[in-house]
Write a protein that binds this ligand. Structure first.
Ligand SMILES: [Zn+2]
Length: 275
């Protein structure tokens, strides 16, 4: 799913006038990909597949179909996600690993699908990796008004497909390719990013510690979905600093197309995404 949305859905200060002023002024790089001419934020919800030739890892499973959700546009969806995934060369049976960077609604949806009135694992041949602290938190705290545990998490647990792992877990290390979690806590209690290193090159899937590239221009803007806004600010600044190295490809889980770029440090503690 991709398109424009009011900035205030995510950030308290992201009114249309403010976003237009930002793109007209200190952050022209936000146009055309990330802020439109009406001052709306452009973003997407997507799954990413890491295909090493021998392994197929899907990272974040979006919203899912037919789920009862609080956000009207996210509820009762009937989208051709699995058909699109198969058409891209990745039928569900071919996926060997499912990763959720964190257990929010838009990252766990296709963990399951409805079959004969029951929620069953979408990826029957995969191990599902949840960070232990993340699972424990949501399993105890629950979700305010949505049956996310019941429809997207517990069914894969009960099917015996889940491995609870550490926040620095190494998913694979073979033939010069490493895929590993990197702890980036704050947005949720045990949120992780996914680092991919291969043939001397590095990419990182950010997850939601940067919801939108506008947070490179204003790193202090906290998403209203952050569990700990101050911790997320510190994590975000450290992440931006670490990966403004001129070579790392940063792939944003919610960044609008083209979704990926290099982080460049600017003046006064701000950054930009060079796509
Ligand atoms: Zn998200």
């Amino acid at each position: 799913m991709e398109g424009p949305a009011p900035g205030k859905f995510l950030f308290a200060d992201a009114g249309t006038d403010r976003l237009i002023a930002l793109a007209d002024g200190p952050a022209p790089w936000l146009r055309p990909h990330f802020v439109d001419n009406r001052g709306m934020l452009l973003s997407k919800i997507q799954a990413l597949v890491i295909d090493t030739g021998s392994r197929r890892i899907i990272v974040d499973t979006c919203l899912g179909n037919g789920k009862e959700r609080a956000v009207p546009n996210w509820s009762g969806l009937q989208l051709p996600f699995l058909e699109d995934l198969a058409a891209a060369g990745y039928p569900t049976e071919s996926i060997d690993t499912v990763v959720c960077t964190h257990l929010h609604v838009d990252h766990v949806g296709w963990n399951t699908r409805l079959e004969d009135g029951a929620w069953v694992p979408t990826f029957p041949n995969a191990r599902y990796l949840f960070v232990r602290g993340e699972y424990q938190y949501w399993n105890e705290a629950g979700y305010a008004d949505e049956p996310i545990l019941e429809d997207s998490i517990t069914p894969v647990m009960e099917a015996g497909l889940v491995d609870l792992v550490a926040a620095d877990h190494v998913l694979l290390d073979e033939g010069g390719t490493v895929v590993r979690f990197e702890p980036t806590f704050g947005h949720t209690p045990a949120h992780v990013s996914v680092v991919i290193e291969s043939v001397g090159r590095r990419a990182v899937i950010s997850g939601d510690l940067i919801h939108h590239p506008v947070q490179m221009a204003i790193p202090n803007w906290a998403s209203r979905f952050d569990y700990d806004a101050d911790a997320t600010r510190a994590t975000r600044k450290a992440f931006l600093d670490r990966y403004a190295d001129g070579s790392t490809l940063v792939i944003g889980t919610h960044f609008a197309t083209p979704s990926a770029g290099k982080i460049v440090a600017l003046d006064a503690g701000t950054w930009k995404l060079e796509v």
